[in-house]
Design a protein around this ligand. Structure first.
Ligand code: ADP
Ligand code: MG
Length: 347
């Protein structure tokens, strides 16, 4: 039984991104219509005048959500929105959605109605057609898999891999709030589980809770690009934390970057509650996940038009690869950016 002596590598040692790289290296492409396969927020397919973009995301009970404090309506909404965010990250518009779902037979019909009310609301708000799916049972908790198709003009599709030296690095909204919202929910879990005791004043946490429980995807930024004839050089959505996403852009674009700590947008409530938890707010913004903001790079000539928008922050610029990926801290020290984003196998 010499085979049993062979040492095996744990998934948790390789990590999620390492595993994806390993499983998908050298995939053959049989069709000219496959413009972009693995490696971006969505695949890009050529079926006519426009490109079709396709993305999928899976949510597992106990890993991605906890039904103790997640209302099913919100879960349905979020499950759709996280996919729309990946479509927007290609500078595309979401159009159709299919959903596969597995739940225990002990779930109530009314609970599923709630979930679908949220899913339908998201489709309504983002003008997406729910066109199919699959329904199954599960012995180990609820599983949700959603695939969304979108479309984009061929000259406007935006990849992770095409950032250019000297580009401005821009980020929408603010960062870190969803992670802090999750910390609050975890801390107050016993209340949701029906334990007696002092009730938390959750209204003080409204913003961060909303960012965790009912995130939105940045549709209006894609509209802003369209109206102003802007095509970013590179774009990604922030699902795993700013550092991790910036490193994806730089690695794939073969560049470096410099970002400034004081320019990273963090909401006041996030700062206050982060400190309550003894977290450094900048670290939360860099490494917390689930913001679903857009991170994009633009040529310098767009400086003024972007500066005029309150919901976009310019946080730094793209540099030559040899300079590496760095954060300039408030005391003017340069430190290398490291990826500590959410990783499916390292938690
Ligand atoms: P995002 O955070 O934008 O959803 P991911 O990190 O999940 O992106 O995925 C990165 C890329 O890897 C995407 O192109 C995705 O389609 C691809 N991918 C992820 N998991 C797998 C898998 N098991 N097999 C093939 N491709 C995968
Ligand atoms: Mg993404």
């Amino acid at each position: 039984m010499s085979d049993s002596k062979k040492s095996l590598t744990l998934l948790s040692d390789l990590g999620e991104f390492g595993l994806i790289d390993r499983l998908t290296s050298d995939l053959p492409v049989y069709h000219k219509s496959t413009i972009k396969g693995v490696g971006d927020d969505a695949a890009v397919l050529d079926y006519g005048d426009k490109y079709l973009v396709m993305t999928t995301d899976m949510l597992m009970e106990g890993i991605h959500f906890n039904l103790v404090y997640t209302p099913l309506k919100h879960l349905g909404y979020k499950a759709a929105v996280v996919n729309f965010s990946d479509i927007f990250a290609m500078n595309a518009r979401p159009r159709q959605l299919v959903i596969s779902i597995a739940v225990s037979g002990k779930f109530s019909v009314e609970a599923m109605d709630e979930f679908y009310a949220g899913l339908r609301l998201a489709c309504d708000q983002y003008h997406v057609d729910l066109v199919g799916g699959d329904t199954s049972t599960s012995l180990t908790g609820m599983a949700i898999s959603i695939t969304v198709l979108g479309e984009v003009s061929k000259d406007k599709v935006t990849y992770r891999s095409t950032a250019k030296e000297n580009d401005l690095i821009c980020v929408t909204g603010d960062l870190g709030a969803a992670f802090i919202g999750l910390q609050v929910l975890e801390r107050e879990k016993n209340i949701f589980e029906g334990a007696r005791g002092p009730q938390p004043k959750l209204e003080d946490y409204n913003y961060v809770l909303q960012r965790q429980i009912k995130p939105e995807a940045r549709k209006e930024i894609i509209e802003f690009f369209e109206t102003n004839n802007i095509v970013p050089n590179a774009m990604i959505d922030i699902s795993d934390g700013l550092s991790s996403e910036l490193l994806h852009i730089c690695k794939q674009s073969d560049t470096g970057c410099t970002v400034y700590q004081h320019k990273i947008p963090i909401d006041e409530q996030t700062v206050k509650i982060a400190e309550e938890f003894n977290f450094e707010p900048t670290v939360v913004a860099l490494t917390g996940g689930e913001d679903y903001e857009l991170l994009f790079t633009l040529p310098l000539n767009y400086y003024d038009i972007v500066l005029a928008r309150e919901d976009i922050s310019i946080i730094g610029h793209i540099t030559h690869k040899s300079e590496g990926c760095n954060l300039v801290t408030e005391d003017n020290t340069q430190v290398p950016l490291v990826a500590q984003g959410w990783n499916a196998y390292k938690q």
